[in-house]
Design a binder for this molecule. Structure first.
Ligand SMILES: Cc1ncc(COP(=O)(O)O)c(C=O)c1O
Length: 389
């Protein structure tokens, strides 16, 4: 047989798969595994959003929608950007709605990249960035951020990685997996580098609504940034809508136009009635988002205090998102070993830090989008495990 795609074959399997597969096998064998490995809110999608989808289906909104998204949802996105950040965007040419934020990261990087263009990615990074950069033919260039410096972005570190081939900087705040929220000073470092070197910025703001300390900075709304920044966001995390597959990108019309071309020639569009629900989410009451944020904050506060009280465990409080990036100096520095021991000896599934790049080594990621009862049980098991080592 002739060889299959070299590009796809060269993308390594996710480092999280091994632990996830093992967790599934243990569960199938009847073991009571607590999963802290996912990134899926444990809340149901709020009722008024679900109702909007039912109403759209009943009204016959079940045909091909416009490829870039219905005008109703694109307008809802533009209104949100104007209301929250004073950013004027044209819903017709500067907004693209897609089946999920992940596809938009792919489509926007595809729109920006020619073969060999370099995309700067801060490490630890969300697991899909590096494979997506490779899939679009770009070269991912990682900038290592250090836990001991609080994963802070500095002008020196960034400058050291910019070359004539650099095309774009990918920023994720609040961050998955570290929970870091970038400061004004860090935003300024990124802005200055982007303007000085004429770079694009892809700002993944998926966890925008889940901030416990600090403020969210929309990079596109900073001076000189609107013409070079694409904001990617979505419904998954803020509205507990992971399964609906809905995300949006806002940016310069030429970039959005190329990303829209990729969408129209591949997945066509997001689903018609999920977009009706998505517009209702953006236009409707936001107290549901605030209630979920407060619940995540309560879990964060509980978990950070409980974990730090266990000898041999260290956990810095994340400022946003819904993950804890935890160290187990009393167990191991090797994140795969920590994850394996948590699974085998405490029946807790966690994501090894190495999945987020070398800079994630020594950590495991716990998701706190998990019911409080399970978090308490997980803490008891970790106490027992650490007492035994
Ligand atoms: C940082 C980050 N960006 C983007 C996404 C993609 O989300 P979705 O495709 O569900 O919109 C995720 C999902 O886990 C994420 O953590």
């Amino acid at each position: 047989m002739k060889p299959l795609s070299q590009l796809l074959s060269s993308i390594p399997p996710s480092a999280t798969l091994a632990v996830n597969d093992k967790a599934k096998a243990l569960k199938a064998a009847g073991r009571d595994v607590i999963s802290l490995a996912g990134g899926d809110p444990d809340f149901d999608t709020p009722a008024h959003i679900v109702q909007a989808a039912f109403a759209a289906i009943e009204a016959g909104d079940t045909h091909y929608p416009p490829s870039r998204g219905t005008m109703a949802i694109r307008k809802a996105v533009a209104d949100k950007m104007a209301r929250e950040y004073g950013l004027e965007v044209d819903p017709a040419s500067q907004v693209l709605v897609s089946p999920g934020g992940k596809f938009l990261i792919y489509a926007v990087l595809a729109a920006l990249s020619n073969p060999g263009d370099e995309i700067i990615i801060f490490e630890p990074y969300w697991v899909s960035y590096v494979p997506i950069a490779r899939l679009v033919g770009a070269t991912p260039v990682t900038v290592t951020l250090r836990a001991e410096d609080g994963f802070t972005i500095t002008a020196e570190d960034l400058a050291a990685h910019i070359t004539p081939r650099t095309k774009a900087i990918l920023v994720n705040s609040p961050n998955n997996p570290t929970g870091r929220v970038i400061t004004r000073a860090e935003a300024e470092v990124i802005r200055e580098a982007a303007i000085e070197h004429d770079l694009y910025v892809l700002s993944d703001e998926m966890y925008e609504k889940l901030i416990f300390e600090g403020e969210h900075i929309n990079l596109a709304s900073l001076p000189g940034m609107a013409e070079r920044t694409v904001t990617v966001n979505g419904h998954s995390k803020a509205y507990a809508m992971t399964g609906w597959r809905l995300g949006w990108a806002v940016g310069p019309a030429d970039i959005i136009g190329l990303a829209a071309k990729l969408q129209s020639q591949s997945v066509t569009s997001a689903a018609s009635f999920t977009m009706a629900a998505g517009a209702a989410a953006l236009n409707g009451p936001q107290d549901v988002v605030e209630q979920m944020r407060l619940s995540y904050k309560e879990r964060r506060d509980y978990m950070v205090a409980a974990l730090n009280a266990i000898p041999g465990v260290e956990c810095d409080p994340p400022q946003g998102a819904f993950y804890l990036f935890v160290r187990f100096p009393g167990l191991s520095q090797d994140s795969m070993e920590i994850a394996n021991r948590l699974l085998e000896e405490a029946e807790i599934a966690a994501t090894p830090g190495i999945a987020f790049g070398q800079a994630g080594e020594g950590h495991v990621r716990f998701s706190i989008a998990t019911a409080m009862t399970d978090l308490r049980r997980a803490v008891e098991r970790i106490e027992k495990l650490m007492a035994s080592v």
